[in-house]
Every structure is written in structure tokens, then in C-alpha cells.
Design a protein around this ligand. Structure first.
Ligand code: BES
Ligand code: ZN
Length: 648
């Protein structure tokens, strides 16, 4: 039997019916459906049953948040979000307490909707997790208000000075909830298994625009004495890490009937050009995996300090401007975030130990979308780049026997961020590719469509996925099971030997050119005509790590690498420059480290520098200047690599 959809928007009658279904004896109003004559003896648990989440204080089997209504005032001067979160909940009949996650929140009071004070207390601080907010529940109460403000350095929120934006004259704000940062700006149950619908009214300064991962109910906002008020509604139940807000001088431009871009006015045209294929990607994804269930799909291009490449906030992906290469060559990132509309946002990792269910599935689907839209050759290059990244990640994690290379991770007591490696992405995707190879594409596609349908709007564990795979794809075919070995993929380290190889003709050619250059061919004689970004990346990665300065100069002269407007190419080039202490590229390096804040670029460059005898000091000098402009997600990681603050 399918579990009851407890997390759907919950009018009173539904809640009542659910409470009855759950064995609740309280029945203050006539309910629809059968009412048991006597209260059942056995107490049934709230559904769906959730596995324990070691990264949340919530006790969802006792009392569970089903809806969050936010009323927030965005105070740029004090750098604080101030207001209230009104929470709807369902309760076990015996529950007398609701436990929420908070971190750094300043809680003013907790009340009933009528304003009566409720008893509450904040537990002690736990590293990474923050503090539990325990609220005593009077009989029958199923809605309450938490009045609060965010703390000065709420990790989810980045407040930007006008100078940190493209336009330069308005401030900017954005939030980033994944993995466990939503609790730094919203007091709720911050666990990916606890799905919640949400509504919000957000008040911002009059010349600014607010956008959220939700339907905009007042597109231009409404001007009031306090500022401009924007209202939002997300009717699909989502994990709280997907609640997202951005405020700035923003403009919208449509790309297709269901797709468009939001960006600062000076960026919006470039963004619309770059992402012109979004609608085609959306159509391709639907044809593969079934209807898109979120209405619109828009992309918000953020200022350059955004710490990630992209974040799959529903209806509104947040993206770094570093993918605006001018030639649409980095748009696989959009395919990736779009793919999360199925894997991640529709069927969600139940805990952060199951993160590969989000990212591995998504990386696989990303590649399938790219294949539909740009062809098999193109997709093969992308997959090959992923495999290269996977090989170096396995090295970095300590080799193929390292437990860190297992898909299903034990993250108890750790920051879930530590599990967010290429293993989840590229080993996860390789697992699905292995299944596809064994059972055939058609059968696997039908299986995935059925999977997304069966578990839509529900959390998923590794164990449940493997069970469903067995039952719905492998049952009665022991030879398939033997060929795939799902448990080895999910629970053993390293790369299983049945991993299907990726071959790309274009990459073989690019590698030959790299070998030729290593053997002293002149840069001008290399056959780079018509190379895509991906061939350049493969070429740069294939060069020997050590090259004499004059060879690097020859490369840079011939191909203008230090001036490249393509962030991925520039990044690979700068790594090569650091490996060789190639000083002519250092101004470009310093510029790159100070004008964007994407962790994927910053961390390896700082790490490479810090690993040399000469580079550490340079890294610290640049970091001292740039650190205040980075998001805490990026600076937190770099602090560790550089041992910041340095001891005098
Ligand atoms: N959901 C992730 C970003 C994320 C992961 C945020 C873990 C916080 C914790 C997003 O979908 C993602 O994977 N982004 C990648 C780009 C992608 C093309 C691999 C990124 O930001 O680099
Ligand atoms: Zn992702």
C-alpha cells in the first residue's frame, strides 16, 4: 500500500481524516469517511515512516511540520530577516512537543495563531546542527507562530554590497539552503525527508525585486509604506532545503513558453542568449521521464559570489554567472539543475547519506538530456570529463579502498558537506549507466519513469531504491542481477569492474594533440580547429603536469588562455600555471580568485597554491582581500585549507 500523503497541503478536514487514520481518538468535528466506533488500541505511526536523520533534531514521528508560511521583512541595513514563520503540523495522538531545527536564530516568542504565548526552549548547541527549538503543544493545537530574526552571520544568507553586483548600485541578497542551512533563516524541521508546502510574503526596499522557489502571486510586488511586498506560494510539498529567496535589482526575460531568465538588467540579455535551449531541454526531459510537475522553469543568474555552479531550487534554479561563456558551451549545468526536477526535487534523498540518489541520478539524467538536445558525440565528451573527474576524486579521497568512495555514506557526527564529492555525482551516474547497459535503454527508461511516478513527492533511501530495482526491473532475471551487482555499487568502495567504458573520438584526437605538444610540436601546428570547450578541457588535462616556462608561453600566446572568457578553460589553465610556478599567468589567477566566489574553482586553486613552498604566502595575501566577498560556504572550506586565520 502507498503511504498516506500526509505532507500535502492540509486543510482541517484532511488533517482530521489523517489523524483518524493514524489512530487518533480526538474528533472534535464530523469527519468524512469511516469513523471507528471505538478508539483503536494499536497506535499507528505518522506516515510516511522516515528513517532517522542524524542531521536534524526533529522528531517527525511525534509531530511533523506540513506547511510553512513566512512573513519576512528584508532589512539590508541590519543585515537581518525579521518576522514570523507560521507552521502547520500533524501530530501523533500522544505528542506533546514539536521539535524544530534552528541555528543562530534569535527567537522572540512562540504563539498560537490567536497570539497566546506557548512554552518553548532552545536546547544546547551541537556542532554543524545548531540548536533544537522545543515547543510544548497544548491539546489539539495544529498551527503555531514562531517570531524571530536571523542572526548576523546566518550561513544560508549572503548580503552583498552594491559593489559586489553587476549593476553596482543596489544591494543584493540570496539564500542557499542545501544541505542543512535552511535552519539558519527559517525555524522549521530541516530534514530532507520532511516535505512541506510553503507560502511567503516578503517586504523589500521599494526599488528591489524579490523572487523565490515558488509561484509569484504578485509579480511586480505591491508598494506599501514599509516597502514593496511580494507574495509567493509553493503548493507542492518540498524538502526545506529547497526553500529559497533572492532580492536585488532583477529583471525577467522569457526564453520559451515555460522558461525564462531572471538577472540584473545588465546581465539579462547575455543570460537569455546563453540559455536559449532551455525549453528544448525541458521538452527532452519530459519525453524521457514524464511530465514536469512544477509549472514554470526559470533560471536566476546571481552575482559572482554565488558559491555553487547551480542550485536546483524548484521553479527557479539559482546559477553562477561563470557559466555565461558567450557560446552556450557550459549549459550542461542547466540540464543538470533541470534534471533535479525529477531526481532530488520529486524523489528526494531521505537523508544526506543517500545524497547519491539526488546527484548520481541527476548527473545521469543531465547526460541523457544533453544527448537528446546536442547529440551522442557531445554527450560522450561530457561523460568522459565526468569520468576523469571521478578518477582524480578517488585519488584525492585516498584511493579505491577508501570508505569515502562508497555511494552510501555514514555521515553521523560530520558535516554533510563532507559527503558531497564526485563520488555521489559520477560514481552514482556510472551505476545507472551500468544498469542501462545491462537491461537495455528502453527498459531502463520505462523503469525510471515508473520510479518517479511511484515515489513522486516522497523521500527515498538507498535501501528502498535497491529493493524497488530488484522488484521492478531485475525480478526473474538473475543473470541481470549478476551482471549489475547493485549491492557492490552501493556499499563497496572504489569502482566496480563492470563499469562501462566511455569512448569519445573527439577526445582521442585532443589527447593526440596534447601528446604532440608534450613532444615539442609547435603550438601553432596543433590541430585545434573547431574545438569545443570540452576538447580544450581534455587537452589541458592531458598535458604533462610539468612544462618549461617557454612552452607555457607558447601555449598562452597561441591560444590566449590567460585571457579566456570561459571559466572552465581558464581554471584548468591556472592549475597548470600554478603547478609550474608560471608567473606570467599570476595576474589572471589573482583576478579570477577575486572576481568570483564559486567554491569548485576557488578551493583547488587555493589548495594548489598552499601546497607549494612559494605559493602559500601569495594565497594568504589574496585571500585576506577576497575573503569578505566570498559566501561563508566557500570561505568555510578555504579557511580549513589555508589554516585561516593564520597564526602570527
Ligand atoms: N544540489 C547541487 C548543489 C549543492 C550540493 C549545494 C550540495 C549544496 C550541497 C547542484 O545541483 C549541483 O550539483 N551543482 C553543481 C553543478 C553540477 C553541474 C554538477 C555545482 O554547483 O557545481
Ligand atoms: Zn546537482
Amino acid at each position: 500500500m502507498r503511504p498516506l500523503p500526509l505532507h500535502r497541503p492540509a486543510p482541517l478536514t484532511t488533517l482530521l481524516a489523517l489523524a483518524l487514520a493514524a489512530g487518533c481518538a480526538r474528533s472534535p468535528q464530523p469527519a468524512t469517511g469511516p469513523v471507528p466506533a471505538t478508539a483503536p488500541v494499536a497506535v499507528v505511526a505518522l506516515t510516511p515512516a522516515l528513517p532517522e536523520d542524524v542531521h536534524s533534531f526533529a522528531e517527525p514521528d511525534e509531530a511533523r511540520v506540513t506547511h510553512v508560511d513566512l512573513a519576512l521583512f528584508v532589512d539590508f541595513e541590519r543585515r537581518s530577516l525579521t518576522g514570523a514563520a507560521t507552521l502547520d503540523l500533524v501530530r501523533h495522538p500522544d505528542a506533546d512537543e514539536l521539535v524544530l531545527d534552528t541555528r543562530g536564530l534569535d527567537i522572540r516568542n512562540v504563539t498560537t495563531p490567536l497570539g497566546d504565548a506557548l512554552e518553548w526552549e532552545l536546547g544546547s548547541e551541537v556542532e554543524h546542527l545548531g540548536r533544537p527549538l522545543r515547543i510544548r503543544l497544548p491539546d489539539g493545537l495544529d498551527r503555531l507562530e514562531v517570531h524571530y530574526r536571523t542572526g548576523e552571520d546566518a550561513a544560508a544568507v549572503q548580503w552583498l554590497e552594491p559593489a559586489q553586483t553587476a549593476g553596482g548600485d543596489a544591494p543584493f541578497l540570496f539564500t542557499q539552503g542545501q544541505a542543512i542551512l535552511t535552519r539558519t533563516w527559517i525555524p522549521t524541521q530541516d530534514s530532507p525527508g520532511i516535505r512541506q508546502t510553503y507560502t511567503a510574503t516578503v517586504t523589500v526596499p521599494n526599488d528591489l525585486v524579490a523572487v523565490m522557489s515558488a509561484e509569484a502571486l504578485t509579480p511586480g510586488g505591491e508598494r506599501t509604506e514599509l516597502g514593496r511586498v511580494f507574495a509567493f506560494r509553493m503548493d507542492e510539498p518540498i524538502p526545506p532545503y529547497l526553500i529559497a529567496l533572492a532580492v536585488g535589482d532583477l529583471e525577467f526575460r522569457p526564453v520559451g513558453p515555460r522558461t525564462g531568465v531572471w538577472a540584473e538588467p545588465s546581465v539579462v540579455a547575455a543570460a537569455a542568449y546563453e540559455f536559449a535551449d532551455m525549453e528544448a531541454m525541458l521538452d527532452a526531459a519530459e519525453s524521457l521521464y514524464g511530465p514536469y510537475r512544477w509549472g514554470r522553469y526559470d533560471v536566476l543568474v546571481l552575482p559572482p559570489s554565488f558559491p555553487f555552479g547551480g542550485m536546483e531550487n524548484p521553479r527557479l534554479t539559482f546559477a553562477t554567472p561563470t557559466i555565461l561563456a558567450g557560446d552556450r558551451s557550459l549549459v550542461s549545468l542547466i540540464a543538470h539543475e533541470l534534471a533535479h526536477s525529477w531526481s532530488g526535487n520529486l524523489v528526494t534523498n531521505a537523508t544526506w547519506s543517500d545524497f547519491w540518489l539526488n546527484e548520481g541520478f541527476t548527473s545521469y539524467i543531465e547526460n541523457r538530456i544533453m544527448e537528446e538536445v546536442y547529440g551522442a558525440e557531445y554527450a560522450a565528451m561530457l561523460e568522459a570529463l565526468g569520468r576523469e573527474g571521478l578518477a582524480s576524486e578517488i585519488d584525492a579521497l585516498g584511493g579505491p579502498w577508501s570508505p569515502e568512495t562508497i555511494l552510501h555514506l555514514d555521515l553521523a557526527g560530520r558535516d554533510p558537506d563532507e559527503g558531497m564529492t564526485a563520488i555521489a555525482y559520477d560514481k552514482g551516474a556510472a551505476f545507472l549507466r551500468t544498469i542501462e547497459n545491462v537491461v537495455g535503454r528502453e527498459r531502463f527508461d520505462a523503469f525510471l519513469r515508473g520510479y518517479f511516478d511511484a515515489f513522486a513527492f516522497q523521500p527515498m533511501t538507498t535501501e528502498t531504491f535497491l529493493g524497488y530495482l530488484d522488484e521492478h526491473l531485475l525480478a526473474g532475471r538473475p543473470e541481470w542481477r549478476e551482471a549489475i551487482r547493485p549491492e557492490v555499487w552501493a556499499y563497496q568502495p572504489g569502482l566496480p569492474s563492470n563499469l562501462p567504458p566511455v569512448t569519445s573520438r573527439a577526445f582521442a584526437d585532443a589527447r593526440e594533440e596534447a601528446d604532440a605538444f608534450a613532444n615539442d610540436a609547435a603550438a601553432e601546428d596543433l590541430g585545434v580547429e573547431g574545438w569545443s570547450t570540452h576538447e580544450w578541457l581534455h587537452f589541458l588535462r592531458s598535458l604533462p603536469r610539468e612544462l618549461p616556462a617557454e612552452r607555457l608561453t607558447a601555449l598562452d600566446r597561441a591560444f590566449g588562455l590567460s585571457e579566456s572568457g570561459n571559466s572552465e578553460i581558464l581554471f584548468e589553465w591556472l592549475r597548470l600555471a600554478i603547478a609550474n610556478r608560471y608567473e606570467p599567468a599570476f595576474p589572471a589567477l589573482e583576478d579570477f580568485l577575486t572576481r568570483q566566489g564559486r567554491r569548485k574553482f576557488l578551493l583547488p586553486l587555493y589548495r594548489d597554491l598552499a601546497a607549494t613552498s612559494w605559493g602559500r604566502e601569495m594565497a594568504l595575501r589574496i585571500y585576506r582581500e577576497a575573503r569578505p566577498t566570498y559566501h561563508s560556504i566557500s570561505s568555510g572550506s578555504i579557511d580549513e585549507v589555508l589554516g585561516w586565520p593564520p597564526t602570527p
